[in-house]
Design a protein around this ligand. Structure first.
Ligand code: PLP
Length: 391
């Protein structure tokens, strides 16, 4: 840190790294109004389109009428409301674990769970491309943070073998990497955690509700639901609501209630949010949920296929997150600007969210995009990509 705040802001502007907020009108459907114009939304994590689903809205409204608008305090202070208990039971059933614990967001979950499970003298093995909230939780923990190259199992094995087996060892990974859309090799990670006596935590913010035969997430897709010690997931993405959870053994959940500071020292989720999440599980577990997952997978394949065929580097994506590598920040942001002018809202992603030189357009698909919308978006992206010399 150096110089005044004004100087730092000027430097960010000069480096093409300045961020500002855009006003979006209406709900987060597949089309939104940005700066007064309707555009196709290709940067929301509302993958199944549940954020304005009538069932979720009705349950949220009914919960407000019955339970009011706030939970009033941390649950250790003013108690667990019926809806917290009902939702935790539902999450545990969904993930096939003994228990689950709600957190107020994915960020709060990772910054609470990780420092609870690992402290001074312990070791955290973390994929280099893990989400920022995992990095922040690891730094808060005061454990030794060992970052391994992305999905590099040989490197992870060497690092596990090299560090003395004192204290606890936690291996933590995104299930679906949020900026790359590729999967962690969970079966191999389960084998490694068993061999080295570590705990395995999977942050499945982007897999839960979406991947696997019944939407249980990346661990279901890869056949290792029982091999994961802590299933972390969020409710603000595919589930169209807000909040997050750890699904784990009764012992781990009891431990988190006593040790996770973001759980202990924060007012718990309010009734409307809890009820919307419960309704989201009903939809995800219904034939409609299965149909939405199939549509999302088909949309993702169609869109990714078209752009890869045109010469874009889709960076190993196999999911509904489709990055298009651009390289430097300035052309990535120019790409975003030109697309918005044509009616397509796609975010350019820059450092510190991704490593320097790997700026990209991060396109996220929704089940509610029509094939026609996606074909038009892909055509515009290809045309502008050629114009900017990206392909
Ligand atoms: C979005 C995200 C989070 C944070 O979740 P919020 O509920 O938005 O705070 C954590 N981990 C990953 C991998 C994410 O993509």
């Amino acid at each position: 840190m150096s110089g005044s705040i004004g100087e730092e802001l000027a430097a960010l502007r000069q480096d093409g790294l300045y961020r500002s907020l855009r006003l979006v009108a209406g709900s987060q459907g597949s089309r939104v109004v940005v700066d007064g114009r309707e555009v196709l939304l290709l940067c929301s994590n509302n993958y199944l389109g549940l954020a304005d689903h009538p069932q979720l809205k009705a349950r949220a409204v009914a919960a407000v009428e019955r339970y009011g608008t706030s939970s009033g305090a941390s649950r250790l202070v003013s108690g667990t409301m019926e809806l917290h208990a009902e939702l935790e039971a539902r999450i545990a059933r969904f993930k096939g674990t003994e228990a689950a614990l709600l957190f107020n967001s994915g960020y709060a979950a990772n910054s609470g769970i990780i420092p609870a499970l690992a402290g001074k003298g312990d070791l955290i093995f973390s994929d280099r491309l893990n989400h920022a909230s995992i990095v922040d939780g690891s730094l808060l923990s005061r454990a030794t943070l060992v970052r391994y190259p992305h999905n590099d199992l040989a490197a992870l094995r060497r690092l596990l073998a090299k560090h003395p087996p004192t204290g606890r060892r936690l291996i933590v990974t995104d299930g679906v990497f949020s900026m790359d859309g590729d999967l962690a090799p969970l079966a191999e990670l389960v084998a490694l955690k068993r061999e080295f006596g570590a705990l395995l935590m999977v942050d499945d913010a982007h897999g839960s509700g979406v991947l696997g035969a019944t939407g249980r997430g990346s661990a279901e897709l890869l056949g290792v639901m029982d091999g994961v010690d802590i299933h972390m997931g969020t409710l603000g993405k595919a589930f169209g609501s807000y909040g997050a959870y750890a699904a784990a053994s009764r012992e781990i959940v009891a431990y988190l209630v006593n040790r996770a500071r973001s759980f202990i020292f924060s007012t718990s989720l309010p009734p409307a949010v809890l009820a919307a999440s419960l309704a989201a599980f009903d939809v995800v577990d219904s034939p409609e949920g299965a149909r939405l997952r199939r549509q999302l997978a088909a949309n993702s394949e169609r869109f990714r296929g078209a752009l890869a065929a045109a010469g874009f580097d889709t960076m190993g994506s196999t999911t509904q997150i489709v990055p298009l590598r651009v390289g430097e920040a300035a052309p990535a942001m120019e790409f975003t600007r030109l697309l918005l002018a044509e009616g397509f809202f796609v975010q350019g992603i820059r450092p510190p969210t991704v490593p320097a030189g790997t700026c990209r357009l991060r396109c996220t698909l929704m089940a509610t995009h029509s094939p026609d919308d996606l074909d038009r978006a892909a055509a515009a992206i290809v045309r502008i990509g050629r114009q900017l010399g990206v392909i």
